[in-house]
Design a protein around this ligand. Sequence first.
Ligand SMILES: O=C(O)CCC(=O)C(=O)O
Ligand SMILES: [Fe+2]
Length: 370
Amino acid sequence: MSFFGKTVLGNTWNALGDVAMWAFEEMSIYRRRQGTQREVGNNDALARFEAAEYRKVEKVSDISVAEFSERYLMKKEPVIVTDGLRGWRAKQIWSFDYFCQEFGDMSVQLQDAGFKPKDHVELRTYLREIASLPAVELGEMGDNLSYLRYTYDSFFKHLLFTWGFGHRVKTNSFSFLAFQRIQEHWRRPYFLPDGGYKIPWVQVGSLHPNKRMCQDWGLYFSAPGACTRLHVDGMRTNAVLCQVAGRKAGWIFSASLEDVVRDAAEGRTALSPVVSQIASGKNQENSPHSKDRIWQFDLLPGEIMLIPKGLAHEVHTLSPSISLTYNFVTNSEYRDYFNFKRERGHGWIANAPIAAVPEFARIHQRNQRL
Ligand SMILES: O=C(O)CCC(=O)C(=O)O
Ligand SMILES: [Fe+2]
C-alpha cells in the first residue's frame, strides 16, 4: 500500500479507537453517577489546609521515559522538567513579535478566568497589549484579565484535527491555523512515551501531538495577573504545560483535597480558625488525611510541567506568557484513570479563585518564607 494509503488507514483506525473509547467511558460514568451526589460543605477546610503537606513541585532534568513514568506519571506526582523543551525550535522562534507578524491580522475570541468566551479582538492588538505589562507576584491578581486559550470554529473540524486530517480542513480559527503552521517548531516532549496511549488512541506506532491535535490542545497567551481558576480538567486526563515565554505559578492539590479546595474557593465553608488536633501540626502518618498535599509550582521558560490526571489546579500568569498545552492518558495508567473518573465524574471549574481566599493566601505566604 502507498504511504498515503497507510496514513489514511492509520488515522481512520485511530479515530475509531477514539470514538469507541469515549462512548465506553461516557456510558460507564453515566451508569455509575445516576443518583449519586457529591457531599458539599466542609467545615474543616482550613484545618485540612493547615495540616496538609505543603511542598514545591520538584524540578528534574535529563530524565528517561521510564523514570518519568515510574516516579511521576504513575504516582500522580506533579513534576517540572527543566529541559523539557529540548529539541524544540519554538524556543528560538516563538515570541510575541513572531505571532504578531505571522497571525496578527486574525480575529480571536478571548476567555475569562473560567474559560468563558468573551470579546473578539484583533490578535496583534491583544498581543501588543499584554507583552508590555510588568511582572507580578503570585497572589497579585488582575481584574479578571482576559486570556487567549483556544479558538475552535466547529466541533466537526475539531474532530478532523484530532484524527490527523487537519491539513484537509478550511478554517479561519487561529488555533487550527497555528496548529498547522507551527508543526515543525515543536514535538512530543522527550520524556513522554512514543506509543501506547489510550487517549488519544495510539496502540500501533507513535503519537505525534504536533500532527494530530490532542485533547485540550492550545497555544495560550496571557498577561501578568491573569488566572485560570481552580479546576479539574474536563476529561480528567494528564496535562503537560509547556512554557515557552514568561512565568506561571500556582498550586496543584492532591485528590484527597478535591472537595475541600473546591468548597473553600466557592465559599461553602466557614473557614473559621478551627481548633483541632490536626490544625496545630502536620498530619500524622496514620491520620485520615495523611494524603492531603498542596504543591506550589513556579514554571519558567523552557520548562514543562506535568499536571497529573484528575488533580485540581489553579494557574497564575506572572509575566507575559506563551505556552502550549495538551492532555493524554497512557495504557498503563488507564485503569486508575478510569476508576477515578467513574467515581468522581467529569472535571469542574470553581466560580472563584482559591488565591482570593484570605486564609489560603496566608498559608501560602507562610510557606513561602520557609
Ligand atoms: O496555563 C494556564 O493558565 C492553565 C492551563 C490549564 O490548566 C488548562 O487549560 O486546563
Ligand atoms: Fe487545567
